[in-house]
Design a protein around this ligand. Structure first.
Ligand SMILES: [Zn+2]
Length: 162
């Protein structure tokens, strides 16, 4: 996969402090993100700065910040059903040795709760797996708009088939 440098940290932080990009994606105001799934509760879209091919973000539509504290158990379980469905679609859409699922974010700039669904392809040496596979140090995967649309469509098809 072609790689380009990751966004500059200051620029990325400045942008994420100006507005909540997840609220903008959820409301349809930011069309740069290729949606793969949406329902009343959650959205899922391709990570714009992927370190692995097929990397998807799942987020609740509503702005919530604490990954467990801002949800009832039932709300949390409902979101995890979306994570499971989208995760299975990602695994069917791209070769996946292991699917990583993480919730990160920061109160200093990226507050809206979200889950990273990052498929590790087969054959990656152990020392380049896990957090090393997610690091921006080696840049991010550069997809053309056509490649991005094709990938999103493949995941949407896998969701429909599932
Ligand atoms: Zn938000």
């Amino acid at each position: 996969m072609r790689r380009i440098p990751a966004p500059a940290l200051e620029e990325y932080l400045e942008r994420s402090r100006r507005a909540c990009y997840l609220c903008e994606v959820a409301s349809g105001r930011d069309a740069r993100h290729a949606l793969v799934y949406e329902d009343d509760l959650a959205i899922a879209f391709l990570n714009r700065f992927p370190t692995l091919h097929g990397y998807v973000i799942v987020a609740p539509r509503e702005h919530r910040e604490q990954v467990t504290g801002d949800f009832s158990e039932d709300e949390y379980a409902a979101l995890q059903r979306v994570v499971h469905r989208v995760g299975e679609a990602v695994r069917r859409a791209v070769p996946t040795e292991r699917l990583y699922v993480l919730s990160l974010g920061s109160q200093q700039g990226n507050r809206h709760v979200h889950w990273h669904l990052a498929p590790l392809p087969p054959g990656v040496p152990f020392e380049r797996q896990q957090l090393a596979a997610l690091s921006w140090d080696d840049g991010v995967i550069d997809l053309t708009p056509a490649e991005r649309d094709e990938l999103a469509e493949r995941i949407r098809q896998a969701l429909r088939a599932g």
